[in-house]
Design a protein. Structure first.
Lengths: 488, 479, 95
């Protein structure tokens, strides 16, 4: 049952090939065997089985099946889950048990999904490797040919990506602030979609950078991503930034093909030092789409080079304020001290890891008196220029094709010494984040070492349909069916 | 009303600006659905949003915005079509988010004025912001206790220019502003419960000189304390300057027991609030229709009503002021005066009614005599059915029993005898009985008239209409 | 942009994060390198470009003035590291 995707499970249950409980029990067993990936922070077997039983009961009673009946879904441990500890992979929140359920996970439960585990991530979603987790790094199920070293699954949604790649679960929830769904998807050879900002509710998701955070699906097929997105998307009156947009039938948008679509290829994404295999795959991707009937257009996105620095001002600034609530007063870690100021400083020192402290300090600095305009305001102006680049591009093209990440998965321990080298992982994903655009990463091939490489498609605001259609065409052409070393 | 401080080398004048925090009258909080009512059990009026649980998000309460706009229109401010909610970042145990959602660069109301006797005080701005929770320091020997019930309650911060020239002007400003807020129903103005709090920015200068360095006196929770604190702070500053010292720009606290202000201990970094637009919210954009609807629903403002009472109803400035000090008062007066003589009505409301309410320490809403009922009494006096004295007697009875004037008049036979026929025979008998005194009168001792009137009143148990008796006696004694 | 030790200490104090004496200099170098890198933004001409503070074109939505939340102190206090009755408790704050 391990290779079954959401669509297969839907069919299998309908045909009575297996029951939801059989499937979920099988996948829970796989989860138990997946310890080597260190991808799970908190398993939720009881929740999952309860959902599976309910799904079987519905079928027995002849009630109409729910869209995600019996589908095991892993949840990044950034989504608050009622009665189940939610840690953001931080010592700061160890033992915190939310008395509430995030809107997105509540929607999945309502759709019949069997939420099976809370997954490992970079602490507070700050990272591109899942190495900054308080619970230790998650491990990529892929290994390079002739190289036994464990590799990073990317991040910050690395635990979710690893479980889906290893076939432990058919689908997982991630969140993406600067690439945290798409980059791990590329590193692990799966599909990861960051919806348009405002498409999915942020209510109940531990905040990193409010103007960028967005939840999205991580699956093994474009169709499954469409099915999961349909269950996650929709307006939430509890989130002022949630868009009042009708939710289309994403799955129905598939199969349309790309004939007549204009696909932009931005020259600025061809950075020096880009691996040949990646450059070649990118060009091949363009060729595949062309053969499928799309028109390939060379486009400028002139400010691309400035997206990453702008992001590393905006995101830390928002984070420095969003993380101020972790003060040891109402929940989470409290370091003992006999004066409140002492308690704050010790709690936040002990509760936050090095990367989180680094970003909180940077964010505090760029907002502080005398530096606000030079850094924060400047970055927000550049952010508008980046958004404008895309607006202009979308006057002539329907979607933009780029690589997802500049490299394949690196070995654990690499890039750890130099923060900026780590930040560069997101060079291709951050621009769409700053502009709030929908973007998907899908596995398009392997490099010389047999490690997966991903391509990214970026679309117009709230046009996930076109993004998914084009991704499906690429998926078909790429025919990516390689499997990682570690599968369950 | 402007006051000066007598220094060693000449007089100094005050420059006072106020920062008023007024709790918006609303059922729910500014960004959550939790209630705002005063005096609940600790943390019983707290939502997950107010406690800043991870992943919680603010959604603004429309009525709080309306109240801010209504208040702005009330003091003639400009309503911003575009305003922004910023985060003011600082750490305090009763500030759950680690920031206060406030408005910094683009407030919802800009400008406006409040009239006080002898001066027009400029309003700088009004902005909406969240209140913090409550820290209780005196309940536990070694811990501070935190109650978040107030956390997230909507406040209007109203800031004035440093236009006030003394403690009395500051008090007058706060009194007028409070009355306006209550008049508009945008804040209950209750200073004891903290729904109205005041900070005072105080500086002194030689008349006509540049503004001096100001100190900010925080949390003045009564108009008396406001007066006393400013009084003290002005003198303190003059003494410091005249003895060669400098005023430090600092925050001070008023100690009511000592009648002194003292500098607050604040950390050096405490003032880098790192304001930036709250990314959980969007800019607040108000369209004309929204603002016009509120404008259309505005009650007649105190100034306008005061003027109308003087110009159209002919009331004295004093009565007009008194009767427009509170909207309920003005409403009561107009209801009582409906179809009556306005001046008489004003005398009854401003005199008898307010006097009695004062004595009993009651609000006019609690008066046992309804406005219409007082109106009937006023009519009975006006048409001579009751003498002034009878009117007051009836008023007392109405207050005690709550029964209508007509009924009281019946029960107590409080009817003045104005019928000439009845009185004439009474006067004739009297003159016959007191023939010699009548003769003395006719001989020129006209001051005996008082005696005859007294006798007549006595004979009727005070019910005779003295005016009629007078006329009858005169005509008979002088025929 | 070189960051000095004093600045790092000021920022850490603002952020309420304790830093050890022996790490301040390293931190200064590290943060300085990041700030130096982000300053490449100064190459971009942003004259009369309005800062982009929010994504999405819709208006700020609002709720009615309805009381539909609160009333569960137990849930509010459930995760409290220290509480006294229905209050959160912290080390005594001297005003
Ligand atoms: Mg203030
Ligand atoms: Zn304020």
């Amino acid at each position: 049952m391990r290779r079954l995707g959401i669509a297969d499970i839907r069919a299998g249950l309908a045909d009575g090939d297996f029951s939801a409980v059989e499937l979920v029990e099988d996948r829970l067993a796989a989860l138990e065997g997946a310890g080597a990936l260190n991808a799970v922070v908190t398993p939720m077997p009881d929740r999952a089985l309860e959902a599976a039983r309910a799904a079987d009961r519905r079928r027995a009673a002849g009630e109409p099946a729910l869209p995600l009946d019996g589908v095991p879904v892993a949840v990044k441990d950034l989504f608050c889950t009622e009665g189940v500890r939610t840690t953001a992979s931080s010592a700061m929140l160890e033992g915190f048990v939310p008395p509430y359920e995030s809107t997105v996970t509540a929607d999945l439960i309502a759709a019949g999904a069997a939420l099976a585990a809370k997954t490992n991530l970079d602490e507070f979603a700050m990272g591109s490797s899942t190495v900054t987790s308080h619970f230790g790094p998650a491990v990529n199920p892929w290994k390079a040919k002739g190289d036994a070293r464990p590799r990073a699954p990317g991040g910050s949604s690395g635990g979710s990506a690893a479980l889906v790649a290893a076939s432990v679960v058919p689908a997982a929830l991630g969140t993406d602030t600067g690439g945290s769904i798409r980059q791990p998807a590329a590193f692990c050879g799966i599909v990861g979609l960051k919806p348009t900002y405002g498409r999915c509710s942020r209510w109940g998701i531990v905040a990193f950078a409010s103007s960028l955070d967005q939840a999205g699906p991580m699956t093994r097929s474009v169709r499954d991503a469409a099915i999961l997105l349909a269950a996650m998307a929709g307006h939430d009156p509890k989130d002022s930034t949630s868009a009042q947009q009708p939710v289309p039938d994403f799955e129905a948008a598939l199969g349309g093909g790309v004939r007549g679509l204009r696909i932009g290829v931005p020259r600025e994404y061809r950075v020096d030092g880009m691996p040949d295999a990646l450059d070649a795959l990118w060009q091949e991707g363009a060729r595949w789409l062309k053969e499928a009937g799309a028109e390939i257009v060379d486009i400028p996105l002139p400010h691309t080079h400035y997206a990453l620095p702008a992001y590393y001002i905006v995101a830390p600034a928002e984070a420095s304020s969003n993380l101020a609530r972790y003060d040891g007063v109402r929940y989470g870690l409290r370091a003992s001290a006999d004066a409140i100021e002492e308690q704050y400083a010790r709690t936040r020192r002990a509760g936050f890891g090095a990367e989180v402290r680094r970003r909180v300090l940077i964010g505090t600095y760029v907002l502080s008196a005398g530096y606000y305009d030079a850094y924060y305001t400047k970055a927000q102006r550049v952010r508008r220029l980046i958004a404008r680049d895309f607006e202009q591009a979308f006057e002539t093209v329907d979607a933009v094709l780029t690589p997802t990440a500049p490299t394949a998965a690196f070995a654990l321990g690499e890039k750890m010494d130099d923060p900026i080298a780590m930040y560069l992982n997101d060079v291709f994903t951050v621009p769409a984040s700053l502009a709030g655009l929908p973007a998907v990463s899908l596995p398009a091939g392997l490099d010389a070492d047999g490690l997966p490489l991903g391509l990214q498609l970026i679309g117009r605001p709230f046009d996930e349909e076109t993004v998914l259609r084009a991704a499906e065409a690429l998926e078909a052409a790429a025919g990516f069916d390689a499997e990682p070393e570690f599968v369950l | 009303m402007s006051a000066v401080i007598e220094g060693r080398d000449g007089v100094w004048e005050y420059a006072i600006g106020l920062e008023v925090h007024a709790q918006v009258a609303s059922a729910a909080k500014l960004f959550s659905g939790a209630p705002t009512a005063f005096g609940a059990e600790p943390n019983a009026q707290v939502s997950l949003v107010d406690a800043a649980m991870p992943g919680m998000l603010p959604v603004i309460n429309r009525v709080c915005v309306e109240q801010a706009v209504r208040t702005g229109l009330g003091f003639g401010g400009n309503i911003a079509r575009y305003s922004v909610f910023d985060r003011k970042n600082y750490f305090y145990p009763d500030l759950p988010q680690g920031y206060q959602i406030s408005q910094y660069s683009d407030p919802v109301v800009v400008g406006g004025t409040v009239e006080i006797p002898g001066r027009t005080v400029q309003i700088t701005r009004l902005h909406l912001e969240q209140d913090a929770g409550k820290s209780i320091h005196d309940r536990d020997p070694d811990r501070t206790l935190i109650d978040l019930n107030r956390s997230g309650v909507a406040l209007m911060e109203i800031v004035s220019e440093p236009d006030m020239r003394g403690p009395e002007e500051a008090a007058a400003f706060l009194t007028r502003l409070r009355a306006l807020l209550r008049w508009l129903g945008t804040c209950d103005g209750n200073m004891q419960e903290g729904s109205l709090r005041c900070d005072a920015n105080v500086s002194v200068r030689k008349p006509g000189a540049e503004l001096g360095t100001r100190t900010e006196i925080k949390n003045l929770n009564s108009i008396r304390f406001l007066r006393e604190a400013i009084e003290y702070e002005g003198r303190r500053q003059v003494e410091v300057i005249e003895s060669g010292g400098k005023i430090r720009q600092e925050t001070r606290l008023f100690d009511p027991d000592r009648g002194e202000t003292r500098a607050m201990r604040t950390k050096e970094d405490a003032h880098d609030y790192r304001y930036f637009p709250d990314p959980d919210l969007l800019p607040l954009e108000l369209d004309e229709a929204f603002i016009e609807d509120i404008r259309a629903s505005m009650p007649e403002l105190p100034e306008a009503r005061r003027a109308r009472f003087v110009e159209q109803l002919g009331l004295s400035d004093y009565d007009a002021d008194l009767l427009t000090a509170e909207r309920a008062r003005a409403d009561y007066f107009e209801a009582a005066a409906e179809g009556r003589d306005a001046k008489q009505a004003a005398n009854w409301v401003a005199g008898e009614l307010l006097g009695r309410l004062n004595k009993e320490g009651l609000d006019i809403e609690a008066a046992p005599i309804p406005a219409a009922g007082l109106g009937e009494l006023i009519a009975l006096v006006a048409d001579g059915t009751l003498s002034g004295r009878m009117g007051r007697e009836a008023f007392e009875a109405m207050w005690e029993t709550g029964r209508p004037a007509a009924a009281i008049v019946e029960e107590r036979g409080l009817k003045q005898i104005s019928d000439t026929g009845a009185l004439e025979s009474l006067v004739d008998e009297l003159l016959a009985r007191e023939a010699d005194k009548a003769a003395e009168y006719r001989a020129g001792r006209t001051k005996l008239l008082g005696f005859f009137v007294g006798q007549a009143m006595k004979a009727t148990g005070g019910k005779a209409n003295p005016k009629v008796v007078n006329e009858l006696l005169r005509s008979k004694l002088e025929e | 942009m070189a960051l000095d030790r004093a600045t790092v200490e000021r920022i850490a104090a603002l952020a309420r994060i304790e830093i050890a004496d022996d790490e301040a200099d390293a931190l200064a170098a590290e943060l300085g390198a990041i700030l130096g890198w982000v300053e490449t933004l100064n190459e971009v001409n942003t004259e009369d470009i309005a800062p982009m503070t929010s994504v999405g074109g819709h208006r700020l939505p609002w709720r009615g003035d309805k009381v539909d939340d609160g009333g569960y102190p137990d849930r509010i206090l459930a995760n409290a590291p220290d509480a006294a009755g229905a209050f959160f408790a912290v080390p005594r704050v001297v005003e």
